[in-house]
Design a protein around this ligand. Structure first.
Ligand SMILES: *[C@@H]1O[C@H](CO)[C@@H](O)[C@H](O)[C@H]1NC(C)=O
Ligand SMILES: *[C@@H]1O[C@H](CO)[C@@H](O)[C@H](O)[C@H]1NC(C)=O
Ligand SMILES: *[C@@H]1O[C@H](CO)[C@@H](O)[C@H](O)[C@H]1NC(C)=O
Ligand SMILES: *[C@@H]1O[C@H](CO)[C@@H](O)[C@H](O)[C@H]1NC(C)=O
Ligand SMILES: *[C@@H]1O[C@H](CO)[C@@H](O)[C@H](O)[C@H]1NC(C)=O
Ligand SMILES: *[C@@H]1O[C@H](CO)[C@@H](O)[C@H](O)[C@H]1NC(C)=O
Ligand SMILES: *[C@@H]1O[C@H](CO)[C@@H](O)[C@H](O)[C@H]1NC(C)=O
Ligand SMILES: *[C@@H]1O[C@H](CO)[C@@H](O)[C@H](O)[C@H]1NC(C)=O
Ligand SMILES: *[C@@H]1O[C@H](CO)[C@@H](O)[C@H](O)[C@H]1NC(C)=O
Ligand SMILES: *[C@@H]1O[C@H](CO)[C@@H](O)[C@H](O)[C@H]1NC(C)=O
Ligand SMILES: *[C@@H]1O[C@H](CO)[C@@H](O)[C@H](O)[C@H]1NC(C)=O
Length: 607
């Protein structure tokens, strides 16, 4: 089979400038507790915070060509538009071919400050969504390194100079003294050998290298500056829709929508929001966010549902108990996951050169969700027009069920949901007539138990889903495959023990899991990867008049990644700001590697 065909398809952040009053009831107060008034820990040097993740695989012995783009001190930036910097594609590198491009966010902060959500965009295309770390008196430092190679066509586009935008809204006053000092650098890596002079030339000159699986063009599906002062859509409720008009080049042959989401204020801990009937029965609708614990981000294209995002429960650095996240931050908090939706089956309906509309809404939303997206497009250089047709589209309605059983503020709530979306369509380009199917199959379960008149809450939630892409080539019995299975799990137990007067002790336990199995066609065959990433934590804090006055947090993490190419695992634990153990292994265990094989599934039967 012609290998070139295989390449064809192949941030409790608390937007906390609003100071929520203590709830009138004694219902547990996850949201109200995450403030950072803690009597300040002192240490002689700044503490380094970090998120545990696998290091980016860089080409051996290649010196990057680095480009410092921005330095800014984010002080009182509340209500301000993003900070801008000019971006010009690198011209000073000694190499012309780029193997990896890495964004480095580096920040320091000292004093007292909340966790703040922020985003980084280039030409309106979001590159990073993240949450700041909460500082201590003597200072902290942290950095985020993100592989942004998939945005290569944008980063290396010499036809157009772009603007880099960073939105980080902070408040500095007598109490909240932390100013975030930020540097953004992009590192461009070449290849460890001269691409032209090796026998590999042929392979690298192939389509695989030229488009390298990465899109030829990326369109921002975000709000335009300077007309708006934020780039993301702010979804306030379940009927609110963020919309964006766009036009695609008429020679596109593949399209993928990458969606960024984060949730704040009343929906920051959406997974622990009780059903409304419970709040109404107990007369606490004013003080406690509700709408139950199920949320779904729905993406439409010209009013047709093209995909959904059932988001990972990112806990921001002030969430549950801020002491849990020092220095090991919660999974995804420094680099929020984005979610890909394959648009290729429906591409035929937008190749007319006219304006079309993406829409974003959130089922059961409370204010506020920040959502935007990037449309990755692959263009057919050998023709000026491609054509296509959507052949089959099934958007099975959401099946949601809720079983409640409560007496006063005690109760048990079981919420479950299921959904699947299927689209099949063909696109004819110079590569031939290719039929692509995209199936999303979601499953959700949440059990919430309230005890001690609502002051003790236990949440157990599992989201699991398959995203499955199949591309049928004209003369091939071999389907191109791109399957992702994800499982997001959360266990959260919080308890409040009343002490004297306005003081209580808050105790919490959590387990947070992010599992992801992938199976993908590559030039070399099928490539599988497997990630199991689990955090456990235990925290206590004494809260007086809604201020955290003392406490301690401990976190343990077990990160395991395996693929055909490499393995990485890390076991690490911390308590009270100190790392207790840290074991890293970056080689594959032969036995387990060989056991790790075929998990390619059959195509779901909906087709
Ligand atoms: C981009 O900016 C650089 C440096 O300011 C300038 O030399 C170049 O001509 C600009 N390119 C475009 C396409 O505007
Ligand atoms: C939902 O939010 C939108 C945008 O803020 C607002 O116009 C609309 O009135 C809200 N709807 C409800 C039912 O609150
Ligand atoms: C609900 O609470 C409000 C304010 O706290 C109070 O005025 C009202 O009487 C309460 N209603 C019931 C039915 O308890
Ligand atoms: C592409 O293939 C599909 C499915 O086989 C077929 O229905 C369609 O007519 C083909 N389109 C073209 C332009 O050949
Ligand atoms: C819970 O509320 C009930 C009824 O209001 C009351 O009798 C009981 O003492 C309360 N228990 C606790 C643990 O707060
Ligand atoms: C709620 O459960 C607690 C024990 O967790 C009990 O002390 C309290 O009386 C119960 N309240 C009601 C209203 O049943
Ligand atoms: C995903 O695929 C697996 C294996 O085919 C299947 O058992 C499961 O039900 C699918 N759906 C979800 C939501 O996991
Ligand atoms: C409760 O607060 C009052 C007023 O601040 C104080 O006089 C009293 O001693 C406190 N009681 C206890 C048990 O701490
Ligand atoms: C935390 O975990 C321990 C041990 O599993 C358990 O005894 C405790 O009840 C849990 N919950 C809280 C809120 O501490
Ligand atoms: C945490 O560490 C600080 C600083 O080393 C120390 O003062 C404090 O006693 C520790 N707290 C606990 C509960 O171990
Ligand atoms: C993910 O892959 C691992 C290793 O092959 C396997 O043990 C696990 O069951 C897989 N999970 C799913 C849901 O396919």
């Amino acid at each position: 089979m012609d290998n070139t065909f295989l390449t064809l398809l192949l941030f409790l952040f608390f937007f906390c400038f609003l100071h929520h009053p203590v709830s009138a009831s004694n219902l547990h107060k996850i949201k109200q507790l995450n403030s950072n008034h803690l009597s300040q820990l002192t240490s002689s040097s700044p503490i380094k915070y970090f998120e545990v993740t696998k290091p980016i695989k860089l080409p051996k012995a290649s010196k990057p060509c680095s480009y410092h783009i921005l330095h800014h001190d984010f002080g009182y930036t509340y209500g301000n538009p993003p900070v801008l910097a000019n971006y010009t594609p690198p011209s000073h590198c000694s190499f012309k071919k780029f193997s990896k491009i890495v964004l480095e966010w580096k920040a320091t902060c000292e004093g007292r400050q909340y966790d703040r959500i922020f985003g980084v965009w280039l030409g309106g295309v979001e590159l990073l969504r993240s949450c700041t770390a909460e500082p201590i008196a003597n200072g902290i430092v942290w950095s985020v390194e993100k592989d942004i190679t998939r945005y290569k066509s944008l980063l290396l586009n010499h036809q157009q100079n772009q603007t880099l935008a960073v939105l980080l809204r902070n408040i500095v006053d007598k109490t909240y003294t932390g100013v975030y000092h930020v540097d953004i650098t992009i590192h461009f890596h070449g290849y460890p050998f001269d691409v032209k002079k090796t026998h590999k030339t042929k392979k690298f000159d192939s389509l695989a290298f030229r488009s390298g699986f990465h899109a030829d063009l990326i369109l921002p599906i975000s709000r335009n500056l300077p007309k708006n002062d934020v780039l993301w859509f702010e979804i306030q409720n379940s009927t609110d829709v963020g919309v964006k008009e766009f036009v695609v080049p008429q020679n596109a042959y593949r399209a993928v929508l990458e969606v960024y989401v984060s949730f704040h204020e009343n929906d920051e801990s959406w997974y622990s929001n009780p059903p409304n009937e419970y709040l109404v029965a107990n007369n606490i609708t004013d003080s406690n966010p509700g709408n139950g614990p199920f949320r779904e981000v729905v993406v439409t294209l010209d009013d047709k549902v093209v995909g959904s995002v059932w988001p990972f429960t990112v806990i921001f650095t002030g969430g549950v108990n801020p002491l849990l996240w020092r220095p090991i931050t919660a999974i995804g908090s420094f680099d929020l996951p984005s979610y890909d939706i394959e648009i290729t089956p429906i591409l035929g309906t937008i190749l007319d050169g006219k304006k079309h509309l993406f829409g974003f809404s959130v089922t059961n939303a409370l204010n506020v969700w920040y959502i935007d997206a990037n449309l990755h497009l692959w263009l057919d250089t050998k023709s000026s027009r491609t054509e296509g047709e959507l052949v089959n589209h099934v958007d099975k309605p959401l099946v949601e069920s809720l079983v409640t059983d409560f007496n006063g503020l005690n109760g048990t709530f079981l919420t479950s949901a299921k959904k699947s979306i299927l689209s099949t369509g063909w696109v004819r380009s110079s590569f031939g007539n290719i039929t692509t199917s995209f199936v999303q199959d979601f499953d959700y379960y949440n059990s919430m138990v309230m005890r001690k008149n609502g002051s003790k809450q236990t949440v157990n939630q599992i989201i699991s889903f398959n995203d499955s892409i199949r591309a049928k080539l004209p003369s091939s019995y071999l389907d191109l495959v791109d399957d992702t299975y994800r499982k997001f799990s959360l266990y959260l137990d919080t308890d409040e023990l009343k002490e004297d007067n306005d003081t209580y002790l808050a105790v919490s336990n959590f387990t947070l899991g992010f599992d992801e199995n992938k199976s993908k066609s590559k030039v070399s065959g099928i490539s599988n990867s497997f990630l199991k990433n689990v955090q456990d934590g235990q925290g206590t804090m004494v809260v007086k008049k809604n201020l955290v006055v003392s406490g301690v947090g401990a976190t343990q993490q077990n990160y395991r990644y395996k693929s055909n190419e490499h393995c990485y695992s890390r076991k690490i634990g911390s308590s009270n700001y100190t790392i207790l153990y840290d074991k890293v292994k970056d080689t594959c265990n032969k036995r387990s590697h060989s056991r790790f094989g075929n998990f390619i599934r059959k195509f779901p039967t909906m087709l």
